[in-house]
Design a protein around this ligand. Structure first.
Ligand code: UGA
Length: 420
């Protein structure tokens, strides 16, 4: 099958590589020439995804995946997948691809778009190219950044929203024998809504456990044990119950806002989502005030911050709680903030510039620091050598907003430990 993917970002590229790996001929289209040039030179320079490089190299070398800025490959595609950042980009891409359509084509919208947008895309394409023979299906994506390859091969479900029977066999062929049993066909509007409902629910779940961690702290209960105990109930489930500085990233903040706007514009009350958005933001302010309180208490000169990405396993710093908290600290803390992240330094530098210093590694970063703050859940932060930290730091305060450090070990070594 020939598949054209429009947009080679965090979703488009891993999906393209996955579809090439399971046997399709894939052409990825992106308007950013530098991205296409680097991909054509066999290099992924703009994003980090565990396991992607190896799959990419294999399929690139065997010509199963190609890259171009031109939409012309649409004309002999069986499926065109649109995977661009916003609905505005989806409209632009649809207008452009419409003129190249030839023969029956399934156009699958992977980008998260407002409910009803697929209907509009269908009308738009029919208007630009009245001769075109096509169906628009909603194919929302549920993969997580950092786990894009794993999630592509192991999805919980593949939701397909369609208004006609015709694309069904083509979508089945697209996924071949892999994950056949995971396909779930619904109406197009339901598929669009499932995406928003899922992300909003997960954001709410995180917000719930964050509030519960405040509650447990007050009552001297362990949030780790409480989350584990709750998670044993299948109806609750044990995932997305890890407290942190608030959810971030490209998707949750955007999708919760969008669904709330859709609801408000149509007189529907989504009070839980509204509260989640408001208090997720407040949480970051409250946590930065807590950090300032601790730093002021000891008249700290230097704060070391570990973690800049919105979560571990990615280089993405978009809407990262770490960046938000650092910016809030910078409003009041006039001394030195030094930061480090295993993968996110380049993206963080674009956002923070020279407002902070950057360490070479963990131990270089904490040298002479009065307070260590952990803001991202990188696995390597779980394995920190606390003795080495102790001898490098000036004062010995750890503020661990991801509960990465063994509290008892830290206390035993003489650290002041503040977790969630
Ligand atoms: C999220 C969804 O999980 C995916 O299913 C979806 O496909 C994707 O959005 C999307 O719409 O494209 P992602 O943004 O990669 O994926 O990130 P998550 O792993 O969901 O984490 C989001 C935020 O919640 C991060 O800041 C993370 O640190 C935080 N989080 C997550 C917690 O604080 N606690 C948890 O238990 C889980």
């Amino acid at each position: 099958m020939k598949v054209v993917i429009i947009g080679t970002g965090h979703v488009g590229l891993p999906i393209g590589v996955y579809l090439a790996e399971i046997g399709h001929d894939v052409v990825c289209v992106d308007k950013v020439e530098t991205i296409i040039d680097s991909l054509n030179n066999g290099k992924i320079t703009f994003l980090f995804e565990e396991g992607l490089e190896e799959l990419f190299q294999r399929n690139f070398k065997s010509n199963k995946i190609k890259f171009t800025t031109s939409f012309s490959h649409v004309n002999d595609a069986d499926v065109v997948i649109i995977s661009v950042g916003t609905s505005k980009h989806v409209y632009n891409a649809s207008t452009k691809l419409a003129e190249y359509l030839k023969g029956y084509t399934v156009i699958a919208i992977k980008s998260t778009v407002p409910v009803g947008c697929n209907d509009e895309i269908e009308n738009l394409i029919a208007k630009v190219n009245p001769e075109a023979d096509f169906d628009v299906v909603s194919l929302p994506e549920f993969l997580r950044e950092g786990f894009a390859v794993f999630d592509s091969f192991n999805p919980d479900r593949i939701i397909i929203g369609t208004e006609s029977e015709r694309p069904i066999s083509i979508i089945k062929e697209l996924y071949g024998n892999c994950n056949k049993e995971k396909l779930f066909f619904v109406s197009r509007r339901s598929a669009e809504a499932i995406k928003y409902a899922s992300n909003s629910f997960l954001a709410m779940k995180i917000h719930f456990i964050n509030e519960m961690s405040d509650f447990c702290k007050e009552f001297n209960a362990s949030i780790r044990e409480v989350a584990e105990g709750m998670g044993l109930d299948k109806r609750i489930g044990d995932e997305f119950l890890t407290p942190g500085p608030g959810y971030g990233g490209f998707c949750f903040p955007k999708d919760t806002h969008e669904i709330l706007n859709m609801a408000k514009n149509n007189g529907v009350n989504l009070s839980l989502i509204e509260t989640t958005i408001k208090n997720n933001k407040n949480r970051m302010s409250k946590l930065s005030e807590n950090i300032l309180y601790e730093t002021n208490k000891i008249k700290a000169n230097k704060i070391a911050i570990l973690g800049l990405t919105f979560k571990g396993g990615t280089d993405d710093c978009r809407n990262s709680p770490a960046i938000t908290i650092i910016n809030l600290l910078l409003k009041h803390f006039t001394y030195n903030i030094i930061t480090y992240d295993p993968k996110g330094m380049k993206n963080a530098k674009n956002l923070l510039g020279n407002k902070v210093d950057y360490g070479k590694d963990v131990y270089d970063t904490v040298k002479g620091a009065d307070v260590l703050v952990i803001l991202t859940d990188w696995m390597e932060f779980k394995k920190l050598d606390l003795r080495k930290l102790k001898s490098s730091m000036n004062h010995h305060i750890i503020i661990d907003l991801r509960n990465m450090i063994d509290k008892n070990k830290a206390l035993k070594l003489g650290f002041t430990y503040i977790g969630l």
